[in-house]
Design a protein around this ligand. Sequence first.
Ligand code: GYE
Length: 326
Amino acid sequence: MVKRVTTLLLATAMAAILAGCGSGGATSSGSGGDDKITMGFAQVGAESGWRTANTKSVQESAKAAGVELKFSDAQQKQENQIKAIRSYIQQKVDVIAFSPVVESGWDTVLKEAKDAKIPVILTDRAVDSKDTSLYKTFLGSDFVEEGKKAGQWLVDQYKDTKDPVNIVELQGTTGSAPANDRKAGFGQVIAADPKFKIIASQTGDFTRAKGKEVMDAFLKANPKIDVLFAHNDDMGLGAIEAIEGAGKVPGKDIKIITIDAVHDGMQALADGKINYIVECSPLLGPQLMDLSKKVVKGEQVPARVVTEESAFTQEQAKQALPSRKY
Ligand code: GYE
């Protein structure tokens, strides 16, 4: 009898301990226990408002999804990104996500990740590797489409004139997917009419400072500039300073088209200093966390997930500004 009671008490105590552990574990992790994964994220840098918003989105959604995030900033240098990826491989993270600063030169390190059986997700920017088995999926915008939208706005704006339209172009980081693709998409659309002439085109590395510097040089070398196409808002904002410094009125003397639609860009559009912005959403975090959990579980995911986005005129920017999230 005594023995039976003791056994019962012991069993009850054990059950209580187990239950306590269970609930304690759930509260402390705050997420579905089994789903807890570790992600190594190799970010490009902090070159633009877009990038800052993207980093915030990734960090916040990792927290919300209970994903342990190891984050690194490559300061726009491929060698730093490769180092970061190698260290994530060494640390045996469950999944590696990265936004490749340039398109080429990733095969070796991606092969190392594959050999270590760590799935890789490309976010925001693509690589040009022939072997698509080196990564599970690519989440991000269609940059060719963005360039086309920018070109189409220009074609519509100048449809009633036959006069030459002199365009200068501020390209993104040399060799990056958004710079290559936005240039290509824009070029394809404006090629339909020979009156459109790109009279100067140079990289501004997606930064405000470089945008200003290169626009200064463009203005000195070219007496008649009708249009500026900048591959992102930040370079456009830098260029506005150069244009005002040269005594010209941005948005009037020189029409400006940019891409991203970050807050400062949208403000300049609403203020009439930019004429048109093609949206590129940096809010990739929630989808990235979902895809990561799936690939870690070995589930099938689509090879390409394209971000939905629109474009804004000055009037539309005034409407949209109060509710913009970045
Ligand atoms: O447009 C630019 C950023 O890769 C889409 O990178 C991204 C681009 C974005 O620096 O502002």
